[in-house]
Ligand binder design. Structure first.
Ligand code: PQ2
Ligand code: NAD
Length: 218
């Protein structure tokens, strides 16, 4: 399989359908919920967690075999049953309706594979070995999770504000790039995390950034 094209697909509020209700379906559902999707799970046997989510109204679940009509209005489809024939049929039904499908027992049979993900707010790290070694992807994601802790969620929120200030206050593209580069250095990250710039006037923020850029010789 030639390397796939990585994207962040916006699923917020959009229906994503999972055929299957075991450990794999549960993992796909968890990732979709983190991204704000409207999750429908269909399987005769639903895991305990999936049943709990359904009772709480976190997902919709149907305890029966999957049908083509379950795909109505879906943005993405996940074939995660333990029946390879059902998975292939479900993926081909999805594809015929123009809905991209993932096939859990054979990555190459689907339109996309799901990487191992570390999510820190808007900072998203995704690791894929394109199906060659999911255990490697999972291990590297665990290593990244240690390196990039929960503070990166706050950091990303700060960077967004810094970027807005630069975009609004610095018309020259080269200077913009220089300052935004400086905003992502280790030194800047230490500064943002120890003294978050919330509520500061943009002018002061820009002065701070110019100092950082000069000191890191950007
Ligand atoms: C990353 C992760 C994300 C997720 O699922 O959300 C994910 N698999 C994870 C773990 C994992 N899966 C398996 C093992 C046991 C070790 C092993 O078999 O190697 C472990 C390790 C573990 O559990 O630690 C078994 C397995 N997986 C696939 C097959 C079928 C095949 O080979 O085609 C079989 C054999 C089934 C069998 O023989 O019965 C297929 C796929 N698994 C993928 C994703 C896609 C490509 C990922 C990539 O791009 O690298 C792809 C192609 C399709 C897809 O699902 O999209 C998640 C880690 C989450 C985390 O912990 O962070
Ligand atoms: N992609 C991955 O990460 C990965 C990892 C491990 C295994 N797998 C593959 O994924 C498959 C599922 O793994 P699992 O651990 O979740 O299995 P599991 O046995 O825990 O669950 C299988 C599920 O499929 C459901 N099912 C069976 N027939 C169905 C139908 N007609 N319609 C809807 N649902 C149906 C069952 O009710 C059950 O909920 C495995 O067979 C394996 O090939 C993929």
């Amino acid at each position: 399989m030639p390397g796939g094209y990585p994207v962040l697909f916006h699923v917020e509020g959009r229906r994503c359908v999972i055929a299957g209700g075991g450990a794999v379906a549960e993992r796909k559902a968890a990732g979709l919920l983190e991204a704000g999707a409207d999750v429908l799970v269909v399987a005769p046997g639903l895991s305990l967690r999936l049943r709990e989510w359904a009772e709480q109204g976190t997902i919709r679940a149907e305890a029966r075999e999957v049908r083509a009509s379950d795909l109505d209005g879906a943005a993405l489809a996940f074939a995660a049953t333990d029946r390879p024939d059902v998975n292939r049929w479900f993926a081909s039904e999805a594809r015929s309706r123009g809905i991209p499908a993932n096939v859990a027992d054979d990555g190459e049979a689907g339109d996309f594979v799901t990487p191992a993900v570390v999510r820190r707010g808007d900072f998203v790290l995704a690791v894929s070995a394109s199906g060659a070694g999911p255990a490697l992807s999972a291990r590297v994601a665990r290593e990244l999770a240690e390196r990039y802790g929960p503070e990166y969620a706050e950091l990303t929120a700060i960077l967004r504000k810094v970027r807005e200030a630069v975009k609004a206050g610095v018309p020259d593209p080269a200077e913009r790039r220089r300052l935004l580069g400086a905003a992502a250095t280790d030194e800047a990250i230490r500064l943002w995390l120890s003294a978050p710039p919330a509520g500061e006037e943009p002018e002061r923020l820009l002065r701070e950034l110019r100092k950082l850029a000069d000191s890191s010789q950007l």
